[in-house]
Design a protein around this ligand. Structure first.
Ligand code: IMP
Length: 425
């Protein structure tokens, strides 16, 4: 398969980083297409843990070209900090390119994210506070500042003066906080601009030429399908397009050039931030999953809400992403439950439904209908062949596969690269 897209199947934190790192070894190019430093990908290689937010997980393969594409909103401080951290650990960033068309996340975006969440009070979205929504807002309103403008001191100074004029009106008159000063911001940001400049490139052309010349390109999704601004559980979503179609928007890849779309799911469900979550277990089952699965945010450290695997949501994800493969992870976390549950339908206002309602009002009223399966007591983390998994673990995998209608081609039994089982489709 030449061009592969990896997406999160549900509400994120599915450990996409592990699969991306794994797939990257025979890819020429790895492209991150959207989101910003709200994402957190943890990759474990030889017991070394790498936490990445903006830089594609392909960076751990020195020969792979890593692209931060046009659709990303890039926080310069976070990006430069990540490069320095990786270099300090001996990881080369020479093959890293950033699109000049990506938008920058500036201090007023973070501030507005925080102020807007406060203003919403009980209706807050539970954002990561990284300024993502406000940065995409500016992009759509055509007042955003792009990376290429940011790294040009004269252009940046002009654009900042223009935008800050408007932002300060908003900050002082709507939110009642002090205005921000352009000179302070320029001073604070110019060292980051200097460090970012050498990485800036016309990445859409690079990606398009790579795909045209038969090179293998891997598209690295951040966040996940149910957080997509259109297809997700709006308004409790992020502001970008983490579903598979997003891989084409602003990266330089045409839709006809995608060969494989893999969604990464856990063997249970999690969600951070607010919003409906039908299979949530706000009880000792959820607590046990959280502790065993280390379900705390990579970016914010927040405890994640945990629950049983939601087959209704997963089937929706398979449909809207056009999945070719499903990766089922965290099988080791479910060990030791007497029984495990898998939602195959919902009841909504007295009716049974099997299609996922992506609007919040109906989703909030949905109650899961579970299929209960026998659990498995054995520790599966050392197993490397599908046939060696306990019978009940295989039954779980095959039940999910039959329900979703997409082959589960990979099963993960631990955080390390080698704790992965490949299945014949
Ligand atoms: P934002 O992307 O920071 O604006 O947050 C919007 C919603 O998306 C919140 O519910 C966040 O918790 C969620 N979110 C954003 N990024 C991630 C992620 O990488 N994993 C899981 N949830 C995320």
């Amino acid at each position: 398969m030449a061009n592969t897209v990896v997406v999160g199947a549900m509400w994120g934190d599915e450990s996409k980083g592990k699969l991306i790192d794994f797939l990257a070894h025979d890819k020429h190019v790895v492209v991150r297409w959207g989101g910003g430093s709200n994402a957190g990908h943890t990759v474990v290689v030889d017991d070394q843990e790498y936490k990445l937010h903006l830089i594609p997980a392909g960076i751990l393969h020195p020969e792979t070209l890593c692209v931060v594409a046009d659709g990303v909103v890039l926080d310069p401080a976070s990006f430069v900090g990540e490069i320095e951290h990786l270099q300090g650990r001996g990881v080369s960033c020479e093959n890293l390119k950033v699109s000049g068309n990506a938008h920058v996340v500036l201090p007023y975006h973070r501030l507005l994210d925080e102020l807007e969440e406060k203003r919403k009070g009980g209706r807050a979205l539970g954002t990561t506070g990284r300024g993502i929504g406000p940065a995409y807002q500016d992009k759509a309103a055509r007042i955003g500042i792009r990376v290429r403008e940011f790294v040009d001191p004269a252009q940046f100074s002009d654009r900042l003066a223009e935008v800050l004029d408007y932002k300060n009106e908003l900050l002082t008159k709507v939110y009642g906080v002090p205005a921000l000063r352009a000179d302070e911001m320029l001073e604070q940001l110019s060292p980051h601009a200097d460090k970012l400049r050498p990485y800036v490139d016309d990445t859409a052309l690079r990606v398009a030429y790579a795909a045209k010349s038969g090179k293998n390109v891997l598209f690295e999704g951040a966040q996940a399908t149910l957080l997509d601004i259109d297809l997700g559980t709006y308004p409790y979503v992020t502001s970008s397009h983490p579903s598979a179609g997003g891989a084409c928007i602003g990266t330089g890849l045409g839709p006809t050039q995608i060969d494989q779309i893999i969604a990464v799911s856990k063997s249970y469900s999690t969600r951070v931030g607010a919003g409906a979550f039908p299979t949530e277990q706000a009880n000792e089952i959820g607590d046990r999953i959280r502790e065993r699965g280390l379900e705390y945010g990579t970016t914010t450290g927040r405890p994640r809400r945990c629950g049983w695997l939601d087959g209704v949501a997963l089937r929706y994800s398979a449909l809207v992403n056009g999945l070719t493969d499903l990766y089922l992870g965290h099988m080791d976390v479910l060990c030791g439950f007497d029984e495990v549950k898998f939602a195959t339908a919902y009841t909504l206002d007295g009716h049974t439904i099997t299609d996922f309602p992506s609007d919040q009002a109906r989703l909030c009223r949905c109650r899961p209908v579970y299929q209960t399966l026998p659990g498995w007591a054995e520790d599966v983390s050392g197993i490397r062949e599908y046939g060696q998994l306990p019978g009940n673990a295989r039954r779980f995998v095959e039940t999910v596969e039959a329900h979703v209608g997409v082959p589960i081609t990979t099963v993960s039994v631990g955080r390390r690269r080698d704790q992965t089982i490949f299945r014949e489709a």
